[in-house]
Design a protein around this ligand. Structure first.
Ligand code: UD1
Length: 377
């Protein structure tokens, strides 16, 4: 019997681990323990995703919660160490680039347990991003590095990672999206939001998401983005599921005037929503005319869906979404956002390509490599 232990903690981790968990179940020779760090604890950011994705209740919840980076990372390390000592996994699986990822990887490796990093090698080359620090450190101590796109291979080789540790397998986030797309098409969210009537054609609309500290912790930057998007929202409804960090800051910085109130009769304006579950958010993105976001994962999801995306950052760690897909990196200057959005809205949507191997088959490849590495029959 082989023992594996996976660690998740924040919203963008859950859809990455779900296809792996379901693949692992096919092998009776593998015992798997799912650990939730508790980094995200609100139902809307965590519990709902477990339900939507059919993930089992975590075997262990470390219940760490929010804190400064140092305290959160240290808390996760302190709480996961006895779990690893007790469970004795042959390998620890971590996904993405959140604080839970580096905390679990660092604790495991110091106990002599190998780490498999899923979504390795992505680089924004911006060390002001907490995720860039987490990615680089996690990759440096991982035994197996599973990469989503060609740039990841080049980045890792440049950093001196031996080639035999690197595997280009495709994208587990896209495995999850393709698995759930049909179900999402049946979600009533578009009718509830008033952009589709009786399941028929859709009124054009846009989607906005913002949560990156560099965008939402600075009042001027946040105001610049909201003012550009509210100009676009004069012609189209813009649905804005708001992350708790962003909501607090919109209130704190006195920017509530940019949000439409619930009583608007024309449906236009930036329409604030609570964070959505996985299925409803997929349904909303799939039919959007344009998505504006500072999220990494949404750049990938819109590429897979062929929906135009404007990334409100100065860089992306996912260049395949620009080279192959529907993503444009526009930064946070209001005029640039407006010009780029208007140019997209004036043209018919062209077809985009999915990057190589974003075909829904990454999880089986990862599990096959893990089994081979651990010499399982
Ligand atoms: C984290 C990840 C980020 C990821 C994002 C997705 C790191 C460094 N950042 O950022 O990469 O893109 O998740 O959401 O790991 N909060 C709640 N409820 C919760 C969790 C958080 O209200 O369940 C609030 C708290 O006020 C907290 C703030 O959100 O202080 C930030 O949470 P935190 O987990 O530190 O980082 P995120 O901004 O969510």
């Amino acid at each position: 019997m082989i023992r594996l232990l996976s660690v998740v903690g924040a919203r963008p981790n859950f859809m990455k681990i779900a296809p792996i968990v379901s693949e692992l179940k096919k092998f009776p020779g593998i015992e798997h323990c799912l650990v939730h760090s508790g980094q995200h604890y609100d139902e809307l950011l965590s519990g709902n995703f477990f339900a939507d994705l059919g993930l089992p209740v975590p075997d262990v919840n470390l219940q760490t919660g929010s804190a400064s980076h140092a305290v959160q990372t240290a808390d996760i390390m302190k709480r996961i160490e006895p779990v690893l000592i007790d469970y004795k996994p042959q390998m620890v699986l971590v996904v993405g680039d959140v604080n839970s990822t580096i905390a679990a990887a660092l604790t495991a490796v110091k106990l002599g347990i190998g780490v498999a990093h899923i979504e390795a090698g992505l680089r924004s080359f911006d060390m002001a991003m907490p995720e860039e620090i987490n990615r680089k450190l996690t990759d440096a101590i991982s035994t197996l590095l599973f990469v989503t796109e060609q740039s990841g291979i080049e980045n890792l080789k440049r950093e001196g990672v031996p080639e035999e540790k690197i595997f280009l397998v495709g994208n587990v986030m896209i495995d999850c999206l393709l698995r759930h797309r049909e179900r999402a098409a049946k979600s009533p969210i578009l009718d509830q939001l008033g952009v589709r009537k009786n399941g028929s054609g859709c009124r054009p609309y846009m989607v906005l998401t913002l949560h990156r500290p560099s965008n939402v912790d600075d009042p001027k930057t946040l105001q610049g983005i909201l003012s550009a998007v509210s100009a676009l929202a004069a012609d189209f409804p813009v649905f804005f599921p708001i992350h708790p960090r962003t909501r607090k800051n919109i209130e704190r910085f006195g920017l509530l005037r940019y949000l439409a109130d619930a009583e608007t009769t024309d449906g236009l304006g930036i329409r604030p929503l609570a964070p959505l579950g996985y299925i409803d958010f997929l349904a909303l993105n799939d039919r959007a005319r344009l998505v504006l976001t500072d999220s990494g994962g949404i750049q990938e999801e819109t590429t897979a869906l062929g929906v135009p995306c404007l990334t409100l950052r100065e860089n992306t760690e996912r260049p395949a979404t620009v080279e192959h897909g529907s993503n444009q990196v526009v930064g946070v200057d209001s005029n640039r956002i407006l010009a780029a959005a208007r140019s997209i809205l004036q043209k018919p949507v062209r077809s985009f390509q999915r990057p190589p191997l974003w075909d829904g088959k990454a999880a089986p490849k990862i599990v096959a490599i893990l089994r081979q590495h651990l010499q399982l029959k």
